[in-house]
Design a protein around this ligand. Structure first.
Ligand SMILES: [Mg+2]
Length: 220
């Protein structure tokens, strides 16, 4: 096996719990919209409840419908915009925090993350990891068509870190999209399976089988 020189991490559900981001967003949206929606129940609590149902991807639509107000499309769009742009209250997983400190003197470190640019940059700021890695790529900064599994972020990361592909490792949580490009380029790939992850049970993409599976970053 080629010697490892660079370790690159995914963000959501790899370095911090994505669920916590959603809940943080629900708090922000609830605070901003509770009077407009005219409800007396705990709006954020209802959103958290819906997150664990098949309505996860239409939480705000369901909430607005339950409030029985009109103009559903308009207000839902505003709620989504606020959710995506809010300044989240999130923290690194303890093992991720420790791993970044432990690995920093030993390897080049990086992060590659998908998602809306405004959202992912707000998460990076909230987690305070910009100074803790050597390079960060938010794929959406290139455009929607460059989200994983597009290889561009991995090609560019190898260049920015000045480490050849076969010496790079990518650690991520979603085998439906995370490992296709790095596998094809010759990176070693590591799946982290966290118990509370959002993308549990996703089918593995063609060419997306990880080389290794771990349950904590303590052993990386
Ligand atoms: Mg992820």
């Amino acid at each position: 096996m080629a010697k490892t020189k660079a370790i690159v991490f995914d963000l959501d559900d790899t370095l911090y719990p994505e669920r916590a981001y959603a809940f943080s967003g629900f708090e922000a949206v609830s605070r901003a919209f509770i009077s407009r929606l005219g409800v007396t129940f705990d709006l954020a609590a209802r959103m958290r409840e819906l997150f664990d149902t098949s309505d996860r991807h239409r939480v705000f639509n369901v909430i607005v419908a339950e409030c029985g107000i009109g103009d559903e499309v308009g207000i839902v769009r505003e709620m989504i915009a606020m959710f995506r742009a809010h300044r989240p209250t999130i923290r690194l997983h303890a093992d991720a925090d420790a791993a970044l400190s432990r690995l920093r003197p030993l390897y080049k470190l990086g992060a590659i993350t998908d998602g809306y640019a405004v959202t992912q940059h707000a998460k990076l700021d909230a987690l305070g990891i910009r100074q803790r890695v050597d390079a960060i790529i938010v794929t959406d900064d290139f455009g929607r068509e460059f989200w994983k599994p597009h290889p561009r972020a991995f090609e560019e990361m190898s260049e920015r870190l000045d480490v050849a592909h076969q010496h790079c490792v990518y650690v991520a949580d979603n085998p439906a999209k995370d490992f296709v490009a790095p596998n094809a380029l010759g990176w070693r790939t590591v799946l982290i399976e966290r118990p509370d992850r959002v993308h549990s049970g996703n089918p593995i993409a063609d060419g997306g089988v990880p080389d290794e599976t771990v349950t904590t970053l303590e052993t990386i």
